[in-house]
Structure formats: structure tokens, C-alpha cells
Design a protein around this ligand. Structure first.
Ligand SMILES: [Zn+2]
Ligand SMILES: [Zn+2]
Length: 391
């Protein structure tokens, strides 16, 4: 398989970086040590520019190819890795396990950051391309909209980024394989908090109360009508009520109930439909029982939607690295969210899954990134740059 020889040579060194980051996880925007580690490595490699503090703690490194000029007349492609970990206590027992209880790299962002650093080292050595690479290391992917923070900080214009590419490891896909699809590959993950205010009283006298538990229980069922009866059956929508808070003891009907949950969709139309119907059902059901209801609906990131032409490039590059039989070009979308979605709204690009083998799932305390993935990831990044930035 045409993994680049140099990428294979780099594996041991990049694994060391990966394990160092794994031992020292940081959360959301508080990735100061990780960002400092990244900037230090980029300095060692001799990249042309290093910008820190983009989107609070993001880092961008710039490498110009042999044919590039300083005035950025040539094309620039952005390669993005995320740096943050999760609030979780690791149970792998590995020698490089997290040293901090309650913090863990359970999504493999340690692997993403290290692979992009490996590619940076290679590209800074060889510069076998005509154009510019922007290496994007972002904070706060896990629910903090770090990608948006970097965009709002002017990253795309400041570095003249024309296209953006992202990569995520995926347990369940064998090491040495890639998977991607055109259009929506990851969902828009929205969340809601519904408060139903009734009238409390004695549990033996329900007729003197407005029972928010009774209304809330119906609501849990009724919301499923959106998936079953409102959304186009060929469009995906997941609505899950994940928390139901009400009451204190056996003989009291409480004043209020609070329901929390999430909505996952793969198109903006279905997303709008789901939000509107949730509002109508909540208000309608509460009104039918004489209760008051309020809903706090929060849209996190958009659908991660791959652009057609850039997805074709990604498929071609992945095929070049591992062969056509090891690239699934029409993988089922994931209903998890990914804030690279903001970058794909801002610039054309593509987000690809790279196999992480038979490990525990993402966000599981037994998960670990597989260091055997490293040469595949580096080869993909390097070939993407060299092939997208040829004359
Ligand atoms: Zn994650
Ligand atoms: Zn992730």
C-alpha cells in the first residue's frame, strides 16, 4: 500500500507526541499547554508563520510550497485538527493514560493533532507543492464551537484559505480504511430544555392540580410523532428526551417538570421542521391541560455537509493511500455532531473518517486512539496538499 515511506518513518516520533498529549488532556478552550506544544513543534519544523490565540486558544501554522509567493497570490488549503479532550475519567489502564481524573482524550483529538503535526513536519521538510498550507489546530470542538470562534476571529480571510479539510478517527472502521460521503455526513446536534408549569397539590386530589408529570409524560411520547408523522420518512431525525426532572415524594403533585433532550437532523429543512413542531406540540399540549410551558431551544453546530468536488478530491487521495477497496465513498452518516460544520459553511471542503479499528467507541472511558492509524493519516494529509496544490 502506498503509505508514504517518510510517514511510516515518522510513526514512532508522532506516537510519542500523541501519548504525551493523551497523558495531559485539556478541556474546551483551556488547551493552553496543548496549544503551546503545537506551536513549539511548528517552530522546530521551521514553518513560515505561526499564529496563536486565534479563537482564544487556536493555533494556525503556515507553510509555503516551493512555488508559493509571499503575497498569497497562490491557492491556500486549510487542514484542520481539534485539540480538546472530554470531561471523563479514563479506565484504559494504559501507560499513557490520562494523568488527570475527570479529563480524557476519549474522542481521539490527541491523534488528530499529532497526525497533523506529523504532516506539518513532512511538508516543512519537502515543500513539494505550489501554494500554501494553513495548519489549523482548534480548541473547543466538544460543544464549545471552537471552529466558529476561529472563523469569527477572521481566520479564513487573514490566511486566505480557499478550501478546508477535516478528518476524524472512527472506531468500527478497520485501520487502513477511509469512509466519506457527499452531503451531510454528520448531524446538526440541537438541544432543548422544556419547562412545564402546572399547579401542585395533594396526590390524592389530582382534580385540584394541574399535573406537570402527566403532561410531561405525554410529551415524551408526542414528540416522537415528529419523526413518525411529520418528517419525510427518507429524511433522518432523532429526538431523544434525556432527562426528566419533577417532584419530591410519593404524595405530592409538583408545581413543575423540566425535560431536557437533543434533536439530530441531516438537513436544514428537517431541522427547521423539528424545531417548529416541538414548539407547537409543547405549547399545544400544555394549553390543552391548562398548564404553562416554555422552551429553550439551542442550535449547536450546523449539519456537517461535504461539498461535492472536494469530496471527490478526498476520495481520490484516500484511494491513492489505501486502494479503492479500502475507501467507502458512500458511508452512512453519523447522527453525532461535529463543529467542523462551521468551516464547511465558510469554505468548500470535505470531512473524512479514518478507521480506528476495533476499539471502544468515541466518548467511552475505555477508548484509545490507535497509533497504527498515524501513517495513514499523515499520508492522506501530505498527498492531499501535494495533489491539490500542483500546477
Ligand atoms: Zn467527540
Ligand atoms: Zn471528536
Amino acid at each position: 500500500m502506498p503509505i508514504l515511506n517518510r510517514a511510516a518513518e515518522l510513526q514512532a516520533e508522532v506516537s510519542d507526541w500523541r501519548r504525551h498529549l493523551h497523558e495531559n488532556p485539556e478541556i474546551l478552550y483551556d488547551v493552553d499547554d496543548t496549544a503551546a506544544f503545537v506551536a513549539e513543534k511548528l517552530r522546530e519544523f521551521g514553518v513560515d508563520e505561526i499564529a496563536t490565540g486565534i479563537g482564544r486558544t487556536g493555533v494556525v501554522g503556515i507553510i509555503r510550497g516551493k512555488g508559493a509567493t509571499d503575497d498569497r497570490a497562490t491557492r491556500t488549503i486549510g487542514l484542520r485538527a481539534d485539540m480538546d479532550a472530554l470531561p471523563l475519567t479514563e479506565i484504559t489502564g494504559k501507560p499513557w493514560a490520562s494523568k488527570t481524573p475527570g479529563k480524557m482524550h476519549a474522542c481521539g483529538h490527541d491523534g488528530h493533532t499529532s497526525m497533523l503535526l506529523g504532516a506539518a513536519k513532512y511538508l516543512a521538510e519537502t515543500r513539494n507543492f505550489n501554494g500554501t498550507v494553513a495548519l489549523i489546530f482548534q480548541p473547543a470542538e466538544e460543544g464549545g464551537a471552537g471552529a466558529l470562534a476561529m472563523i469569527d476571529d477572521g481566520m479564513m480571510d487573514r490566511f486566505g484559505i480557499d478550501e478546508v479539510y477535516g478528518m476524524h478517527n472512527m472506531p468500527g472502521i478497520p485501520v487502513g480504511q477511509f469512509a466519506i460521503r457527499k452531503g451531510g455526513i454528520m448531524a446538526a446536534p440541537d438541544r432543548f430544555t422544556i419547562t412545564i408549569k402546572g399547579r401542585g397539590g395533594h396526590a390524592a386530589q389530582p382534580h385540584r392540580t394541574i399535573d406537570p408529570i402527566f403532561i410531561g409524560a405525554q410529551l415524551v411520547g408526542s414528540l416522537q410523532a415528529i419523526a413518525a408523522r411529520n418528517a419525510d420518512p427518507v429524511q433522518s431525525v432523532v429526538i431523544s428526551v434525556t432527562k426528566f426532572d419533577a417532584g419530591t415524594t410519593h404524595n405530592i403533585i409538583p408545581e413543575k417538570a423540566t425535560l431536557l433532550g437533543t434533536v439530530r437532523t441531516l438537513s436544514e429543512d428537517t431541522r427547521d421542521l423539528a424545531e417548529n413542531r416541538i414548539r407547537q406540540i409543547v405549547e399545544g399540549l400544555a394549553a390543552a391541560h391548562g398548564a404553562e410551558a416554555s422552551i429553550d431551544y439551542y442550535r449547536q453546530c450546523p449539519v456537517t455537509s461535504n461539498h461535492d468536488a472536494e469530496t471527490d478530491h478526498a476520495i481520490r487521495i484516500a484511494t491513492d493511500v489505501v486502494g479503492a477497496a479500502s475507501v467507502d465513498a458512500n458511508v452512512d452518516p453519523s447522527m453525532a455532531g461535529e463543529d467542523f460544520a462551521f468551516m464547511l459553511k465558510s469554505r468548500p471542503g470535505a470531512f473524512i473518517f479514518i478507521g480506528n479499528g476495533a476499539t471502544a467507541g468515541l466518548h467511552n472511558p475505555a477508548y484509545d486512539f490507535d497509533d497504527e492509524v498515524i501513517p495513514f493519516g499523515i499520508s492522506y494529509w501530505v498527498k492531499l496538499v501535494e495533489q491539490r496544490l500542483t500546477d
